[in-house]
Design a protein around this ligand. Structure first.
Ligand code: PGA
Length: 256
């Protein structure tokens, strides 16, 4: 079985001081028991501090919210994979719907970034997901397949096995309207079928697929109990240490 992976996408929240205080509380709350893999994804500014604080914490890794596809150069305002690597960042979220919606990121851009991340030994968390209008007009599968084929173009099996995917229906992000476990499972099973077409069943079965969109302590266990949901990308509820620790614990809880 694929080990669950829960990521805290802090988005444009948390100063350095707030991040430090969060981690102190979160690590205490979490305790030493066996839990899902955890990734903390702060703003670029808070990465050095979070890196320092997670230095000796096994099982809690560091991620970034974005990166450029080139390793250096005249790209004002951008951050590259080697810069992230220098701070012991292990994961990078790519193609989040907010990047696609507000910053014009296309599947082609996400594909370039994904290749650059893999080349730098960073694990990409590649996000896909449909809008409400697309769901209501019956286009979920078409949109997901197009995003997957574009974002993962030209990746070989070994590269595909090294990444994490996140299914994030745009209508569920930050809205409080979580996809039902059945809706999420249906989309995850479809994503798995596309990954199988792009590679093989053996490769697709190694790729973890997170669900994201209004994940909370109260809905985590049921979502994570679905056969093809391997973790969560958590926004709002990851800003509160106790709630996020509960989500991490609930992710591996057996339902009665
Ligand atoms: P949310 O955000 O948990 O606040 O809905 C999820 C995400 O955008 O990754």
């Amino acid at each position: 079985m694929r080990k669950k992976i829960i990521a805290a996408n802090w988005k444009m929240n948390m100063t350095i001081a707030e991040a430090a205080s969060f981690l102190e509380d979160f690590l205490l709350e979490l305790g030493g028991e066996d839990h899902a893999d955890v990734v903390i994804v702060p703003s670029f500014i808070a990465i050095p501090k979070v890196s320092e604080l997670l230095n000796s914490v096994p099982g809690v890794k560091l991620g970034a919210q974005n990166m450029h596809w080139e390793s250096s150069g005249a790209f004002t305002g951008e951050v590259s994979a080697p810069m992230l690597r220098e701070l012991f960042v292990r994961y990078v979220v790519l193609g989040h719907s907010e990047r696609r919606q507000y910053f014009g990121e296309t599947d082609e851009i996400v594909n370039r970034k994904t290749k650059a991340a893999l080349a730098a030994s960073l694990t990409p968390i590649v996000c896909v997901g449909e809008t409400l209008a697309q769901r209501e007009s019956g286009q979920v599968e078409m949109v997901l397949e197009q995003q997957l084929r574009g974002s993962l173009a030209d990746l070989n099996k070994a590269q595909l096995e090294d990444l994490v995917l996140a299914y994030e229906p745009v209508w569920a992000i930050g809205t409080g309207h979580t996809a039902t476990p059945a809706q999420a499972q249906e989309a995850h099973a479809f994503i798995l079928s596309v990954l199988t077409k792009l590679s093989s069943a053996a490769t697709a079965n190694k790729i973890r697929i997170q669900y994201g969109g209004s994940v909370k302590p109260g809905n985590t266990a049921e979502l994570m109990a679905q056969p093809d949901i391997d973790g969560a990308l958590v926004g709002g509820a990851s800003l509160e240490a106790r709630a996020f620790a509960e989500i991490v614990r609930n992710a591996v809880k057996q339902l009665p």
